[in-house]
Design a protein around this ligand. Structure first.
Ligand code: NI
Ligand code: MN
Length: 228
C-alpha cells in the first residue's frame, strides 16, 4: 500500500496517500526552510512530538482551519484543547487508533515547556500509517532504550532521525541511534534550519550506509519520499 512522506523542513512532515492527511510537528510560519505555508497544508490529524516552538509551530492555526484532530502528550494536549481544537491526549506508552492506523508515544530524552508555559515530557512517535511503520524520533539525545522500540514487534520501515546536534543528538550519535532502531530506511531531520544545527547530512548518510545499518535518503525541504 503506497504512502507518500513529504518533508516540510526541520521536523515537519506530511503523510498522504494512506487514507488521511497526517501532519507531524508542523512548524512552518517561522521556519526559514519551510516548504509550505500553514494556510495551504491539508490535515485530518496532527501528531506532535512535543511543544517547543519549532515543533508545535502552527498546529492550532492549522487545526482550527481544517478541523484536524491533534495528538499530543496529555499536558500539552490539555493546553491545546483550550483553543477549541479536537485532541487525543495519550501519555508515554499510549496508542491512539485511527482508520488509517495508529500512533504510539514512546520515550525521547529531551526537555520541554510550551511557548505558553506548559511543562511536559517530550516523546517520539511510532506511527503505523496504512501498514507502514514510521518512527519519528522527535528531539532526542542518544539513549540505549532506542533499541526497544523496534524490538517489540513492529519492524520499522522508516526512521526520521535528528542529526543537527546542539538541541538533539548530533550526526555521530545518530549513527548509533540508527543501529539501535534498525530501520530499513532513514531520513535525517532537524538540521540546517538554523546555524546552530548545521551539519553534514551526506556524511551521516555515508557513515550509516558504510556500517551497513540502513539506507539513508537525504531530502531537500519539499521533497517527497515514496513508501511502496
Ligand atoms: Ni525541542
Ligand atoms: Mn526541536
Amino acid at each position: 500500500m503506497a504512502a507518500s512522506v513529504r518533508w516540510l523542513g526541520h521536523s515537519a512532515f506530511h503523510l498522504s496517500g494512506g487514507g488521511a492527511d497526517v501532519l507531524i510537528d508542523p512548524f512552518l510560519n517561522h521556519n526559514p526552510k519551510a516548504a509550505a505555508q500553514p494556510d495551504e497544508v491539508p490535515a485530518d490529524v496532527i501528531l506532535l512530538t512535543h511543544g517547543h516552538g519549532d515543533h508545535l509551530g502552527d498546529t492550532v492555526d492549522i487545526a482550527t482551519r481544517t478541523g484536524a484532530t491533534v495528538v499530543a502528550i496529555v499536558e500539552l494536549a490539555t493546553e491545546i484543547a483550550t483553543s477549541g481544537v479536537d485532541v487525543r491526549d495519550p501519555n508515554l506508552g499510549g496508542t491512539v487508533q485511527f482508520d488509517w492506523g495508529w500512533v504510539k508515544l514512546v520515550p525521547a530524552w529531551h526537555t520541554a515547556v510550551s511557548p505558553a508555559g506548559t511543562a511536559h515530557t517530550p516523546a517520539g512517535l511510532l506511527i503505523n500509517y496504512n501498514g507502514h511503520v514510521i518512527y519519528h524520533l522527535g528531539d532526542t539525545a542518544l539513549f540505549s532504550d532506542l533499541q526497544l522500540i523496534g524490538r517489540r514487534g513492529d519492524k520499522i520501515d522508516l526512521a526520521l532521525v535528528p542529526i543537527g546536534g546542539h538541541y538533539t543528538m548530533d550526526r555521530y550519535d545518530a549513527v548509533t541511534a540508527v543501529e539501535f532502531v534498525n530501520p530499513a530506511q532513514v531520513i535525517p531531520i532537524h538540521y540546517d534550519t538554523f546555524p546552530l544545527v548545521e551539519t553534514d547530512a551526506e556524511a551521516f548518510k555515508q557513515d550509516v550506509e558504510n556500517a551497513g545499518f540502513s539506507q539513508v535518503y537525504v531530502l531537500n525541504p519539499g521533497d517527497t519520499h515514496e513508501l511502496k
